[in-house]
Ligand binder design. Structure first.
Ligand code: HEC
Ligand code: HEC
Length: 207
């Protein structure tokens, strides 16, 4: 009898502990902790360079209606005061994205256009763009919206950064793909060299 009581107590303690712990283990990050998506070049830059020290909440909690000058000053402060590793061009590009997406600026503003202009493409990116153009990829794909094929941004999101991602994506480009995104199949590009496939997949995975 004594033994039975002990067992029951132990079981109750166990339940109590589980009930207490369960809500903690299923807490999901709030929606606001991600950057709002945009076709502006500052969006990927902000994702890459503004989430290393704090979450996107810091951006969400700024007052609404901030101007291009205010958002650019904010990005500049991160660079100058807190040592964020971003170039002067990044400051302008990210400032333009933030001002349009969170503030009062319009994507069509001349200053936004000027600020958004990405810096001269680095060699690797230039190579990838040239390949995309020369092989007609861009007649069916865009970076940030579906054309005939899926947006590269969506492809990158689906593939993630796992070790298999590069190899699997390269196989899809080389041999073609069907049934993964819709009715239209993707034609094979068997003529691409291993090096070219590597350049393309690396680029696409970073969109
Ligand atoms: C090197 C680390 C670092 C990086 C990278 C960084 N920040 Fe910050 N950020 C800080 C610090 C430190 C604060 C202020 C600390 C605090 O109040 O917790 C801050 C605060 C902020 C705030 C709140 C308002 C303010 O001025 O305090 C905003 C908005 C912000 N950051 C935006 C950005 C943006 C946009 C980027 C990308 C361009 C960025 N941060 C990148 C360190 C960084
Ligand atoms: C004629 C139109 C067309 C062209 C040209 C084209 N694609 Fe596609 N692509 C598609 C379609 C349609 C899909 C979706 C296929 C599916 O549903 O599986 C796709 C899918 C993809 C995917 C995702 C595959 C997966 O496994 O999820 C990648 C990566 C891709 N294309 C890259 C490229 C590259 C790189 C080129 C140029 C070398 C290119 N595409 C040229 C139409 C095209």
């Amino acid at each position: 009898m004594k033994r039975l009581t002990t067992m029951l107590c132990a079981a109750q303690v166990c339940w109590a502990a589980m009930a207490g712990a369960a809500p903690l283990s299923i807490t999901l990050p709030p929606e606001t902790a991600v950057f709002k998506s945009s076709g502006l070049p500052g969006y990927p830059l902000a994702q890459q360079k503004c989430s290393t020290c704090h979450s996107a909440d810091y951006i969400n909690f700024q007052p609404p209606g901030m101007t291009l000058a205010q958002w650019t000053a904010e990005a500049s402060k991160m660079q100058q005061v807190y040592g964020a590793p971003i170039s002067d061009q990044d400051v302008n590009t990210i400032g333009a994205y933030l001002a349009v997406t969170y503030g009062s600026a319009q994507a069509s503003d001349a200053e936004v256009q000027a600020g958004s202009n990405p810096p001269p493409a680095p060699a690797a990116k230039g190579d990838a763009m040239a390949l995309l153009q020369n092989h007609g990829c861009l007649s069916c794909h865009a970076i940030d919206h579906k054309v005939v094929g899926p947006a590269y941004h969506d492809v990158a999101a689906r593939y993630g950064s796992g070790p298999q991602a590069l190899t699997r994506m390269a196989a899809s480009i080389e041999h073609g793909s069907s049934g993964k995104w819709g009715e239209m199949p993707m034609p094979p590009f068997a003529q691409l060299s291993a090096q070219e496939l590597q350049t393309l997949t690396t680029f696409i995975l970073h969109q």
